[in-house]
Design a protein around this ligand. Structure first.
Ligand code: AVI
Length: 325
């Protein structure tokens, strides 16, 4: 008899995960890096979050793209190439590509994502468009951007897309470094389209990150499920609560997992036992919110000039087009 089981993550990835978890749970406050939220189940839960009525980023950005895609791409000289960092489903980049089709312009699109499922999905979405050629890069944003830039033919204008307010999950110094890397891969005249969620009333932010259906709570607690499975730990899920906090001083929503009681958790593959006091929390994510002016300032600092900004005023979300100088 042949038995099949779910594919295990590669040993190297498990070792890195174990090392990060051991180190970050020894910090005060305890932490787990937010990149670990996105395993297969976590990515499905995030997709579900994007459909929740209380999480408005995805729909607000979609509305801006469907309304303004033409002017967003109109000023880019041909031939043009798009690089989308974190390709998701490919629907957003498809809207921009559609805007080129109406002007009979072709485009090559580079999709950069660490997840093979996301790449397949986007390639399928874009496969429907005849004027588009697609190259998928299964890589980190930095590596993928470098590959895409190395593959460009002379004279091609590159537009980098960094959408969905993914920039909000970087702390300010990391955001500065990352934007500097993007600028470093580009030439003067290339462009960056950046999606950023804006500051809004606390009540709306807390509903978006602690929704009444409990999907965001599941997304956060899935970190513990993942550590239990991959690192052979014994986290008791019912002993942790999801908490979202608006930190006004830092202009960010924080996600935490709060221990309901004093307890000890064994994490076999990280070769450690972690003690929690009642009420002690693990900090799992930051989601920074900006003013429209801050978005412009942060990006202009690293060698871009803002060309135009489109704001969705109901959900408070901004798409800003920058040109490399
Ligand atoms: C992917 N990222 C932009 C999301 C955000 O809003 O920070 C992740 C997320 N966390 C909780 N809900 C959604």
């Amino acid at each position: 008899m042949i038995e099949t089981s779910a594919a295990a993550p590669p040993a190297e990835a498990v070792a890195d995960f174990a090392e990060d978890v051991r180190r970050d749970l020894a910090l005060s406050p305890k932490q787990i890096q937010s990149k670990y939220l996105y395993n297969a189940l976590g990515s499905c839960l995030f997709e579900a979050i994007c459909r929740l009525p209380w999480y408005r980023i995805t729909r607000a950005e979609g509305r801006l793209l469907s309304r303004w895609a033409e002017p967003m791409v109109a000023s880019l000289p041909d031939p043009v190439s798009f690089v989308e960092l974190g390709s998701g489903s490919g629907e957003k980049v498809a809207m921009l590509a559609e805007a080129l089709r109406s002007r009979r312009r072709s485009v090559s699109i580079h999709l950069v994502d660490i997840s093979p499922t996301a790449l397949e999905l986007s390639e399928r979405t874009l496969g429907r468009l005849e004027h588009v050629s697609v190259v998928g890069h299964r890589a980190t944003y930095e590596e993928g951007l470098r590959h895409a830039a190395n593959l460009r033919s002379p004279g091609v204008t590159m537009l980098v897309l960094f959408l969905g307010s993914n920039i909000g999950n970087f702390d300010p110094p990391a955001a500065h470094d990352f934007l500097t890397q993007i600028r470093g891969a580009l030439r003067p005249g290339d462009a960056l389209l950046l999606g950023a969620d804006l500051v809004k009333p606390e009540r709306e932010l807390l509903l978006a990150y602690d929704d009444p259906l409990g999907i965001t709570a599941a997304f956060n607690k899935n970190l513990l499920v993942r550590i239990n499975r991959e690192l052979l730990a014994d986290f008791e899920l019912a002993s942790f609560d999801h908490r979202a906090v608006w930190n006004a001083a830092e202009s960010r929503v924080e996600m935490h997992l709060v221990s309901r009681k004093a307890q000890k958790v064994r994490i076999a593959r990280a070769e450690c036992t972690v003690a929690f006091e009642a009420g002690e929390h693990i900090w799992t994510e930051n989601s920074y919110k900006y003013t429209p002016e801050e978005v412009v300032e942060r990006v202009e600092e690293v060698g871009f000039r803002s060309a135009q900004q489109w704001i969705e005023s109901e959900a408070r979300f901004a798409l800003t087009l920058f040109v490399a100088v």
